[in-house]
Design a protein around this ligand. Sequence first.
Ligand code: AVI
Length: 323
Amino acid sequence: MSALPNFELHDLKPAVADFRREVLAGLAATPRRIAPKFFYDAAGSHLFDAITQQPEYYPTRTEIGLLRGHGVEIAERLGRQAALIELGSGSDIKIRCLLDALRPAEYLPLDISLDHLRESASGIARDYPQVRVRATCVDYTREFPLPPIAPEAHRVVFYPGSSVGNFEPSDVRDLLRWVAGMVGPGGRLLIGVDLKKDPARLHAAYNDAAGVTAAFNGNVLTRMATELGAKLKVEDFAHHAFYNEALGRIEMHLRALRATSIEIAGQRFDFAEGEGIHTENSYKYCEEEFGALAASVGFVTEQVWCDADRLFSVHCLRVGALS
Ligand code: AVI
């Protein structure tokens, strides 16, 4: 592709050493765990895109319906000509629902998956030549330098997909405080939040019949083998996902089908049959619950859009006085 004058890509991709260190610490912990951010290499990002196409996985198409249906209203709330920062931008479908109405001056997508980010962000730069696109490949859960934004720019953060559900509620507070610091007093956050609902529907969404979510979950083992040289048998582990009603979250695990082991960097971790690695939580919220969480760190809920079946919600939050 020829160079686009309105496109920059900053590569702050986490080093393999970070992946190794976190995997070794997670496998040594009780219960064993690996953070969900490690799902997203190029293959994992494509598998996630495939999940969003599964008939059982309602969040993506429901959120897109809300963004398309209320795009103009959303743009009026957020204000035009903003510096628009998108967290975990992944595929560009959602931001494209808003760009025509929102007409930002700048678009700053952040994502951990380099190839995916390059492809989607450069596509936006090409299709919206009047928007300056500065993409950063980064683990945004750690401190990093955001490309400099003019102090007088009006900033908006877009955090779609209910990725907020992949954080522990206590960590959500830290994340929201960080966003508040980024957008400043009066700044806004547009955030997609999956709603609590019939557990059977949730169960189906994370156990699709085609087995795509299972492949996505197993991809972290493939990454450990290829990137860390781990000795393991992917086929010794099975996808296990269920709704933990008491905690209001879907849990995903990789469960050993038989006694097996994983060896990395000279360390060996034995698994008895049935023992697992906890790979993801996906918290679900009631509309009011999420509003209260946001209010606890100083955000004011300006508006919430929900679909008619109350599957998914999109919240427009403004940084109030207290953050
Ligand atoms: C990215 N995140 C919001 C998805 C979710 O629903 O928690 C990841 C996912 N895991 C399994 N399916 C989708």
